[in-house]
Design a protein around this ligand. Structure first.
Ligand code: PEP
Ligand code: MN
Length: 270
């Protein structure tokens, strides 16, 4: 028996089982101007939640690690100005208070990155905040492991949005040589939903390159995901993180138009 999916409230937005909510923004917050320009553009085009990382889990310690508290200030300023909730990554316990302080009552979602999908201490602590958690799939985590991870959060009371962002497979790797940076697992979306989770689809980290992002995102809408989280940049070639997979504003506009059309078909309205 499938479990009923409970809607999740974030400020004025309710993320519902029968809808596809759009979350968009840069991978990393790089400056006040960058965050503002991108946030304004995506919200104008229909994004309902803005994304951006102030704390970045980089594979290389010499890579840009994020602006930290300064970055949080920029994304929450943009969120407040535009009247939209924020989703931003938390990597450790100490960052929880920093994010809450920057939010200062503004609605937001904690993002737990793929690398922390098995950080049970962090998951348990986040569960006690009462704030929704976007739990990204561990790149090597199976369905049962993800359900277990989500239970660590939910046992404290916070709601979980599951996020399919692709897994490591024999087809994944360099997106110019392999089939994606990670392999998107569409059926996992259906399985997580059967288990009662609002499930978000992330085409950006699976694709790893911008020309594959829009088609892959649309496939996520088509399978019936409850939302997309997409990386967008106004100047991707100079982005400090994940520029290769960041779509530009015209691609995002195209995605919005087509995603809404596919959503109608999925809902059975046309
Ligand atoms: C991100 O959202 O920018 C990110 C680092 O994602 P993931 O944890 O899925 O790799
Ligand atoms: Mn990223």
């Amino acid at each position: 028996m499938n479990k009923e999916i409970q809607p999740i409230n974030v400020g004025d937005i309710t993320i519902r089982p029968d809808q596809n909510v759009m979350m968009a923004g840069p991978c990393a917050i790089e400056s006040e101007d960058q965050m503002n320009v991108i946030a304004h553009a995506v919200v104008k085009m229909g994004a309902e939640i803005i994304r951006g990382g102030a704390f970045k889990p980089r594979t290389n310690p010499d890579a840009f690690q994020g602006l930290g508290e300064e970055g949080l200030r920029y994304i929450f300023e943009a969120g407040r100005e535009l009247g939209v909730p924020v989703v931003t990554e938390v990597m450790n316990e100490g960052q929880i208070e920093l994010i809450k302080k920057a939010a200062d009552g503004h609605p937001f979602i904690f993002q737990v990155g793929s690398r922390n999908a098995q950080n049970y201490d962090l998951l348990s602590i986040l569960g006690k905040t009462g704030i929704p958690v976007l739990l990204k799939r561990g790149k090597g985590s199976n369905i049962q492991e993800m359900i277990g991870a989500a239970q660590y959060v939910m046992s404290g009371g916070s709601p979980v949005l599951m996020c399919e962002r692709g897994i490591v497979s024999f087809n994944s790797g360099d997106p110019d040589k392999a089939a994606g940076r990670f392999t998107p697992d569409h059926l996992a979306v259906l399985r997580f939903q059967e288990e009662g989770f609002i499930t978000i689809f992330d085409p950006s980290h699976a694709a790893g390159r911008k020309d594959h992002v829009v088609p892959l995102a649309l496939s996520g809408v088509a399978i019936g995901a409850n939302g997309l989280i997409v990386e967008v940049h106004h100047d991707a070639s100079n982005a400090l993180c994940d520029g290769k997979q960041a779509i530009d504003f015209s691609q995002f506009q195209q995605l919005m138009t087509r995603a809404r059309a596919i959503e109608q078909i999925v809902k059975g309205d046309i």
